[in-house]
Design a protein around this ligand. Sequence first.
Ligand SMILES: C[S@@+](CC[C@H](N)C(=O)[O-])C[C@H]1O[C@@H](n2cnc3c(N)ncnc32)[C@H](O)[C@@H]1O
Length: 265
Amino acid sequence: MRFDIITLFPELFAPLLTSGITRRAYESGLVDVHFWNPRDHAEGNYRRVDDRSFGGGPGMVMLAEPLFKCLSAIRAERQEETPAPLVLFSPIGRALNHSAVAQWSASAGAVLLCGRYEGVDQRFIDHYVDQQISLGDFVLSGGEIAAMALLDTVARLQPGVLNDEGSHQLDSFNPALDGLLDSPHYTRPEVWQGQAVPPELMSGHHAHIARWRREQSLRLTALHRPDLLAQARQAGQLSRQDEAFLRQAFGSLTGADQTPAAKKL
Ligand SMILES: C[S@@+](CC[C@H](N)C(=O)[O-])C[C@H]1O[C@@H](n2cnc3c(N)ncnc32)[C@H](O)[C@@H]1O
């Protein structure tokens, strides 16, 4: 899989690509990352990549032409029959979630455009951008952090990147967990500041541990993300045992009408 990243600040990515467990994905080329700076495709002594906004107002806008030249150079190098999608990171886009990430992780990659300033000349977006992705309802200074979020989450899903092959399947939102949140984790010492590790985890009984983890996932999801619990229920993924646990833990309110504030975290 190949990602071509259009950014004015490629140096921001260096720590991401060389640190932590996901660096294996980048170093092995499993996730092949290339950087393109629009400044290298800009005209004149000053190699301008931005200009003032027509109509006035504060802030600069990224020029369409250097972006177009940059994209053309990428397309020439990729030489694909079906061009990889051009993704713009933007507050306009659909918020990134697990199912989108799972699709990207099984794809051939993309060209990622990191906006800066007030954003990108709309004419470039209208003609060349295939998809816009948002990190959430807030404004970043640039698309680089969003691009790093996408790279990181895609890299950790690649086979052989995590030490334990199936471990990402036990993470929050994964279909293997029925889209629920992960259960809590504990490590040594067994007692810390007077608080013991839940005895179920110390039992050595695999079935009991698995059941405890499932119930903690159900409990945390009911408290923090009742929408995910409702989805799992609607998809028929909650067993009778799950429903019995939820009734016993929360009474009859175990769906979207649950009021987390009333329950102990
Ligand atoms: C300062 S922002 C521009 C914000 C824009 N004027 C607006 O109000 O929607 C500069 C760049 O950061 C990136 N960006 C900002 N917020 C983002 C978000 N929530 N998700 C993804 N990218 C974002 C985009 O690439 C954007 O072009």
